[in-house]
Ligand binder design. Structure first.
Ligand SMILES: NC(=O)c1ccc[n+]([C@@H]2O[C@H](COP(=O)([O-])OP(=O)(O)OC[C@H]3O[C@@H](n4cnc5c(N)ncnc54)[C@H](O)[C@@H]3O)[C@@H](O)[C@H]2O)c1
Length: 255
């Protein structure tokens, strides 16, 4: 029996085969979950469709997470087709390229609002809709990065957005705990994805992690998939409001 047998799990943010969401989807599928994918827009549709077809038995829906109307429509459709959901994976973030290339001090008001809206507020927006469908309790997880805790060159406004995201995880966990819904974040070590390409000198970050992390290696999508499956499953039933680092231990190191 799989860890996630008979669980309906929504996975938001499958863009292509490099996406962390795809790594999580593969393991969740192996663990017996019924998956529901969401993708941002037309640009992402084809590859989301192909990946869903690769797993089989996976429905896909379009949802731009910056639109309340689209979020409402998404959860209405999911309610009609599935009734109940047991898990939700939020693997979505965005900041404007110029805000990752320039020094943080030059972040514009609109760039700051955009990054915080898409990368942090969106978790609050989807959790509010998801809770109504989690009639048997549930588990919500999001993806964050250590740039929320320490200054990481080039991460800039995204670090600020991740700090807001992690604080939102705690407030959501407090609100939703009485309904049997847990909310946690995975703080992932660096992985080459399309989003990561936007971060200056990303390759040198990977090299530093491989050299300095206690486990002397980077992490991969499978590492994240297994932790996500654990957090989505009943095996983590006593855990909520946490930020779990999956980074080969890099975050514990000083000099
Ligand atoms: N790659 C890394 O090194 C790393 C490390 C730690 C955390 N993360 C986090 O993991 C999550 C997934 O990112 P990834 O690295 O897999 O990259 P990715 O580019 O594959 O995924 C990002 C997803 O966000 C979606 N997205 C962006 N704006 C959206 C919007 N308005 N509406 C709906 N979807 C939108 C994209 O379509 C894409 O599917 C992000 O939150 C990212 O910050 C990544």
């Amino acid at each position: 029996m799989g860890l996630l047998d008979k669980k309906n799990i929504v996975i938001m943010g499958v863009r292509n085969k490099w996406s962390i969401a795809w790594g999580i989807a593969q393991i969740a599928h192996d663990e017996g979950a019924n998956l529901i994918f969401t993708y941002q827009g037309d640009r992402e549709r084809k590859s989301a469709e192909e990946l869903a077809a690769e797993l089989g038995n996976t429905e896909i829906f379009q949802c731009d997470i910056s639109s309340d109307e689209q979020i409402d429509a998404l959860f209405e459709e999911i309610k009609t087709k599935y009734g109940t959901i047991h898990g939700l994976v939020h693997a979505i973030a965005h900041a404007n390229t110029e805000d990752l290339q320039n020094d943080f001090v030059y972040t514009t008001r609109s760039g700051f609002a955009h990054a915080l809206d898409v990368s942090a507020y969106s978790l609050v927006a989807v959790s509010r809709r998801a809770k109504d469908l989690m009639t048997e309790g549930g588990s919500i997880i999001t993806l964050t990065y250590m740039g929320s805790e320490k200054v990481m060159g080039g991460y800039n406004v995204m670090g600020v957005a991740k700090a807001a995201l992690e604080a939102s995880v705690r407030y959501l966990a407090a609100d939703l705990g009485p309904s049997g819904i847990r909310v946690n974040a995975i703080s992932a070590g660096p992985i080459k994805t399309l989003s990561a390409k936007g971060v200056k000198d990303f390759n040198s970050i990977l090299e530093i992690v491989e050299k300095k992390a206690p486990m002397r290696r980077g992490i991969d999508r499978e590492d994240l998939g297994h932790t996500a499956a654990f957090l989505l499953s009943n095996h983590s039933r006593g855990i909520t409001g946490e930020v779990v680092h999956v980074d080969s231990g890099f975050n514990i190191m000083g000099i």
